[in-house]
Write a protein that binds this ligand. Structure first.
Ligand code: HEM
Length: 213
């Protein structure tokens, strides 16, 4: 029975695809509306986001979008982490990361050798980037909660020193996610088979996983 289930396992089972694309939509809304809120009280005086990049025509409207999408982002993110932990997917796909493999992949990438023949294995750079972006997402939720309710979550604010510290961490987390997205989307367009797999499920995996679902 377990063999039958395991052999039918796809590279990206449907829950992963649903959660991935839900996260993409929620992230884009969070980023665009976040830029609208930021403009109302900038952290860096040289940096303002133009209207065409913002979601919401003024700060209060951007806030409404931000508060609406934050629940989608947080609940979906929690579901992904729970699923990934219970099924063993996170460990299987993103660990271990070997330093030698990391150096090798960076060297190949700099030489524009970005072949991704075996879709079922993430290379060391991919693994690292996914772990970094997942941690950045968690940090966004924590710093977001802290600056949303600084009195109720004063113990969270104290993690960042003060309110402005929380804002800065929230801004830097956004910058990490936007930087990740630029590379991530460019790579998925350069290797379209990965995009197709994230839409349709990709190849079936024959290697059983002990806790596969
Ligand atoms: C909207 C544009 C996006 C596109 C076109 C896209 C595309 C893809 C593709 C093609 C893969 C599979 C990679 C492979 O098999 O080699 C993937 C995986 C992944 N993406 Fe995205 N993605 C997008 C947005 C995002 C966002 C916003 C995040 C997080 C901030 C994200 C995080 C991830 C993670 C963590 C994985 C690995 C998932 C797993 O294997 O469990 N993606 N994405």
């Amino acid at each position: 029975m377990s063999t039958t289930i395991a052999s039918a396992r796809r590279l990206h089972p449907w829950p992963v695809r649903v959660m991935h694309w839900t996260n993409a939509v929620a992230m884009i809304i969070m980023i665009g509306s976040g830029w609208g809120i930021y403009n109302d009280s900038v952290i860096f005086h040289f940096l303002h986001f133009p209207q065409w990049l913002r979601i919401g025509s003024w700060a209060a409207e951007s806030l409404l979008w931000h508060f609406a999408a934050m629940w989608l982002l947080a609940i979906n993110g929690l579901a992904y982490l729970t699923y990934g932990t219970l099924t063993g997917r996170l460990r299987e796909r993103m660990l271990p990361i070997r330093l030698s493999e990391l150096v090798h992949t960076v060297r190949d990438t700099l030489r524009f050798k970005i072949a991704h023949d075996d879709l079922t294995v993430y290379n060391a750079v991919q693994k690292l980037l996914y772990i970094v972006v997942i941690l950045a997402g968690i940090s966004q939720v924590i710093s977001g909660l802290a600056i949303w309710k600084p009195i109720q979550f004063s113990w969270l604010i104290s993690l960042f020193g003060e309110f402005q510290g929380g804002r800065l961490v929230h801004f830097l987390g956004m910058a990490v996610i936007v930087g990740f997205l630029a590379v991530h989307v460019a790579l998925s367009l350069l290797v379209p088979s990965t995009l197709w797999a994230m839409l349709t499920g990709g190849p079936r995996l024959d290697k059983p996983r002990s806790r596969a679902v």
